[in-house]
Design a protein around this ligand. Structure first.
Ligand code: IVH
Length: 743
């Protein structure tokens, strides 16, 4: 971490480094909305510089980031001068209860209160993690929306803001003639997840966190794009106010009034008495933080009485009457130790980051998702990198990016001369690709030609197929990635332990085998998701269950065990289409299962069908055909089908079969004899029938072909006698496809 070298380094050198780093990151954050490091990391650097400057004021240069509020007006937006500046609030970095006590003590001291005086009343609010906004209403009508900018001058974003449904274009009730409402635009976590999911599906850049997504949307030059980003708003204060005759004398009173005017004000606000009241609020919200639908980075305390606020006034640019009391940061930096691949319940393969343990969002995180291969590459995440982890709410922690080596330059710099260090750091920073240009790129190739994160010996970009050797880590089946799909998947759906529960639930579902009583909780126990060893490893095991093994399960009374056994027994007699549907082949829904059953008429014919043959089926396109083929190419899947049959599952073959397709073998009889290399006798015959031919049992003059495998006996001799063409398995396959035997 950049802070680590500070002890050895000359303070002047370190201060220069820190200034360079902070300028860079402030630009990324405020101007480009594309931060490279978490806020907590920025705050640490900032605090380190502040400490150095305090210890030696000679180090404080006019351009030090500590000397001004950063924020630039983007070209393209009209600047707006705030009539009342948009201030920031002092942050209490002590995240314990002491933070609240310290604030209360300061307020009491400033107001010259003694212990005998009653507790000060505060309003305690949430500190929303979004983008500050000023909304100007004149005669109740929204006339202008502006960002904070540097606090004095912001950007006019009225057009974009008008697209936010929660922001009233006209206030209700008796709003004052002029009212500037201050508040926070934010994106709900669910909206953020959906947006990123969409971006991922489209192979596009994802956003680091809801705040950046919101900031990006607000500062979109195209309001149509802004409108597609679902934003929300909470009002928490005001700027210029004119002609408000009966303006309430308290913060809480004004918030209530804003709510009456139709503005969204968070319900999570209280009037708290003294430090104890603040501490209680801080603790309660900390416990509820994960369940809130949006990110907060702390709570805010404000003296409730506006007259007292005025008495307390301001220090530099911060009110003495308010403080932000933080919670642990939701983003942190750590080292990526390894990338593993996890098999999901539906066979989806997800790269998972194994991390140097790090405390983030209130818990220690050691694993985080990398979502998929493309995204891992787009973010250019590799083993050994310093990465940013985000954990918010009950969402799985994720890696949002790599900390550029430039940001870590100070780490390596050691105690070299001040200028040399700064030059080196700036050189690397200069070489950084324009993030907007990178964001434009959609494909894996988006990693720029000159990769600023490379160093000699850096591991190769992540390659999921290579990492797994093409096999599912849970069951060894082939892994596949369909065209246009971002995810790799395991194709061993019926056999893969990771997919057991889903496979059983689907097989048992009403529209498949309709096994009543096989609910979620029971299946979980059967497949051994708890500590117990699994009773059911694959579907056929269901039919081996006995009364004694069932009654011992939780939530399983004698009666329900008996009922379940009966339901299992009853399910054995089914239809081909239900059975096919029950196998849970990817892309094979109920309708396709029906079409397949009608077309092929038998399970063996379906198992043996080539992609070309599958494409003949109504509504089956290449993706579906390939998915079916891959499924039956996994020997374990076919084994499960065979075992289900052996367990007594039956269905009427030829069910609903409409007139057989003419096919290349129409009117021809083909006899199979001996053991073929890969096809069973049944499958070979199914192929013949699937091509419109007849599978004969004995050889005669009318036999068109004889297919002979190992140890073929009298039938082969008869064929030779009668001069009937003899084919091997490959030739049979060619024949059923084309009607011709390949040379
Ligand atoms: S009051 C003069 N209240 O935190 C006081 N700010 O540095 C002005 N924020 O830029 C701010 N929730 O974007 C206030 N309930 C809240 C807030 C809040 C979030 C943000 C705001 C401001 C920053 C304070």
């Amino acid at each position: 971490m950049p802070t680590s070298s500070s002890k050895k380094t000359d303070p002047a050198v370190r201060a220069a480094e820190l200034r360079a780093l902070l300028h860079h990151h402030a630009h990324r954050y405020y101007v480009l909305d594309a931060p490279e490091i978490p806020d907590a990391e920025y705050d640490r650097l900032f605090a380190e510089l502040q400490a150095l400057e305090e210890a030696d004021p000679g180090l404080r240069t006019p351009d030090s980031p500590t000397q001004r509020v950063i924020g630039q007006v983007l070209p393209g937006f009209v600047p707006v001068r705030h009539r009342v500046p948009m201030l920031s609030i002092r942050t209490e970095t002590d995240t314990t209860a002491e933070g609240a006590r310290a604030f209360d003590a300061r307020v009491r001291r400033e107001l010259a209160l003694t212990e005998a005086d009653p507790p000060v009343a505060y309003v305690a609010e949430l500190k929303f993690d979004g983008l500050a906004l000023s909304l100007r209403y004149e005669a109740g009508v929204l006339v202008q929306a502006a960002t904070r900018g540097d606090g004095e001058t912001g950007e006019d974003v009225t057009q974009n803001i008008r697209t936010i449904g929660q922001i009233p274009l006209r206030l209700t009730g008796d709003a004052p003639p002029v009212l500037e409402v201050r508040g926070e635009v934010y994106m709900r976590r669910d909206a953020f997840e959906r947006l990123n999911e969409r971006q991922r599906e489209a192979g596009e850049k994802t956003f680091v966190n809801p705040r950046n997504a919101a900031a990006g949307a607000v500062r979109q030059l195209d309001p149509a794009i802004a409108a597609r980003r679902p934003l929300s708003f909470f009002a928490y204060g005001w700027g210029e106010v004119a002609g408000w005759e009966d303006m309430p004398p308290t913060q809480s009173g004004v918030l209530d009034a804003l709510q009456r005017f139709g503005l969204p004000v968070s319900a999570e606000r209280v009037v708290a008495q003294g430090a104890d009241g603040l501490i209680e609020f801080h603790a309660r919200i900390a416990a509820a933080r994960d369940t809130l639908p949006f990110d907060i980075d702390g709570v805010v305390y404000k003296v409730n009485d506006l007259a007292l606020q005025q008495r307390l006034g301001y220090v530099t640019r911060e009110p003495r009457w308010a403080v932000a009391h933080k919670y642990p940061a939701q983003e942190q930096v750590t080292t990526l130790r390894d990338i593993d691949v996890q098999v999901g319940r539906t066979g989806k393969l997800t790269p998972v980051a194994r991390l140097e343990p790090v405390f983030v969002g209130g818990t220690t995180v050691t694993n985080a998702t990398l979502h998929n291969e493309d995204e891992t590459r787009r973010k250019d995440v590799r083993v050994g990198d310093r990465v940013i982890v985000r954990r918010a709410g009950d969402v799985i922690p994720e890696i949002v990016g790599v900390v550029p080596r430039a940001a870590l330059a100070a780490d390596q710099a050691g105690a070299a001369g001040a200028d040399a260090v700064r030059e080196a750091a700036l050189d690397v920073l200069e070489a950084q690709p324009d993030p907007a240009a990178v964001a434009e790129g959609t494909a894996v190739e988006a990693v720029p030609a000159v990769n600023p994160n490379d160093y000699p010996g850096r591991p190769e970009p992540f390659d999921l197929y290579k990492k797994l050797g093409g096999r599912c880590p849970a069951c060894g089946s082939d892994i596949v990635r369909e065209e246009g799909e971002v995810n790799w998947r395991c194709s061993g759906g019926l056999f893969c332990p990771a997919q057991r529960k889903e496979a059983v639930l689907h097989f048992a579902s009403r529209r498949a085998m309709d096994i009543e009583g096989l609910g979620d909780r029971i299946v979980e126990q059967l497949v051994g998701e708890g500590d117990a060893p699994p009773l059911v490893r694959t579907l056929p095991d269901l039919y081996k269950l006995g009364f004694t093994s069932l009654v011992v399960l939780e939530r399983m009374a004698e009666k329900s065990a008996q009922n379940l056994l009966k339901a299992l027994e009853d399910s054995k007699k089914t239809t081909l289409s239900r059975f096919i549907y029950g196998l849970g082949i990817r892309h094979v829904g109920e309708r396709t299962a029906r079409d397949l059953a009608a077309h092929f008429g038998s399970m063996d014919r379906l198992i043996a069908a080539s992609e070309e043959a599958l494409l003949q089926v109504h509504d089956v396109g290449p993706v579906v055909a390939q998915s079916i083929r891959t499924f039956f190419d996994q020997p374990h899947n076919v084994e499960v089908v065979e075992q289900l049959r052996a367990a007594g599952v039956t269905w009427e073959e030829h069910e609903g079969r409409q007139e057989a397709p003419p096919g290349p073998l129409a009117g021809k009889t083909v006899v199979v004899t001996g053991t073929l290399p890969t096809l069973t006798r049944e499958q070979a015959e199914a192929l013949i029938e699937g091509a419109g031919g007849k599978a004969g049992k004995s050889v005669s003059k009318k036999t068109a072909y004889v297919v002979a495998g190992a140890e073929a006996g009298s039938k082969l001799m008869k064929a030779q006698e009668l001069n009937i063409p003899v084919l091997n398995e490959d030739e049979l396959k060619a024949l059923v496809e084309t009607g011709d035997v390949k040379e």
